[in-house]
Design a protein around this ligand. Structure first.
Ligand code: IPD
Ligand code: CA
Ligand code: CA
Length: 263
């Protein structure tokens, strides 16, 4: 395992410990919704701080972009962090959330780690080295047809509500031809599930770079495909993502195409 992956794993586990500790408390916490949200925001920040601390201990000169604390420093190596992906789930005690950490070198994704603290699963990849789940090689599924495929997605909400009607058209197109749709609530994990063959495809509009960076590399290294809605690699910038095993990626892209012209 590459040294940076080791560090990312160590950082992700520490962040995960914070989440589990507070998840237990959250359940017994008697507070207003507003206080609850503030409490969780505090956990997001604590998780990011602990990740940054571990990275800085080993790579003090590297740049870091985190969802909570923004950009820190400039360097050819850039770490991209979502300390808690799936905050809405976390607030409700719905057991699907993750930590996502990626390393870019001069705009090229080099390493990706996504950690699921509840299942204690570590998904990881380094460019050209394949993708792993807990150290064992993973591959995207081989399912060839939409008809038998399980597809994950994310609904547009918050800033992306403007896409709701358009998204519902997409959903209608996919529901009617697939075996099922899931909206687990952590985009980073959704991507890893494509990589591990637990779902056959995924799409979402308007994600952020910290949701996607690690999972995108893990998918590619697992033999899956990922792009924006026009087959290009601008998805880290646009946040518009379609992914899958090669056959389902192609089928999904085609089915979504009539609804993605302006995206
Ligand atoms: C969210 C999750 C969710 C996706 C949203 C993201 P957050 O991240 O990844 O699955 O649908 O678009 O914002 O806010 O929980 O870190
Ligand atoms: Ca996120
Ligand atoms: Ca987050």
């Amino acid at each position: 395992m590459h040294g940076m992956v080791n560090i990312a794993v160590r950082a992700a586990r520490k962040a995960g410990e914070i989440m589990i500790r507070h998840l237990n408390r959250l359940e017994s916490l008697e507070v207003t919704e507003k206080n609850r949200n503030e409490y969780v925001t505090e956990i997001d920040r604590m998780a990011e701080d602990v990740i940054v601390e571990v990275i800085k201990d080993h790579y003090p000169e590297h740049a870091i972009l985190g969802e909570e604390r923004g950009q820190q420093g400039e360097h050819e190596f850039q770490w991209i962090i979502d300390p808690l992906d799936g905050t809405t789930n976390f607030i409700h005690g719905f057991p699907v959330f993750s930590v996502s950490i990626a390393v870019m070198h001069n705009d090229q994704l080099e390493h990706g780690v996504v950690y699921d603290p509840l299942r204690q699963e570590i998904f990881s990849a380094s460019r050209g080295q394949g993708a792993q789940l807990d150290g064992r090689k993973i591959r995207a599924s081989r399912r060839p047809s939409m008809q038998h495929s399980l597809i994950a997605t994310g609904f547009p909400y918050r800033a992306n509500k403007q896409y709701l009607d358009q998204y519902l058209e997409m959903l209608r197109a996919i529901i009617s031809v697939s075996a099922g749709i899931r909206r687990p609530g952590s985009a980073a994990l959704d991507l890893c599930y494509v990589a591990a063959g637990r779902v056959d495809g995924f799409w979402e509009i308007g994600l952020n770079i910290w949701d996607i960076a690690a999972g995108a590399l893990i998918i590619k290294e697992a033999g899956g495909r990922i792009s924006d809605f026009h087959g290009g690699d601008g998805y880290l910038q646009s946040g518009n993502v379609v992914a899958g095993n090669p056959k389902i990626y192609a089928a999904l892209s085609k089915l979504l195409a009539p609804h993605t012209k302006d995206l």
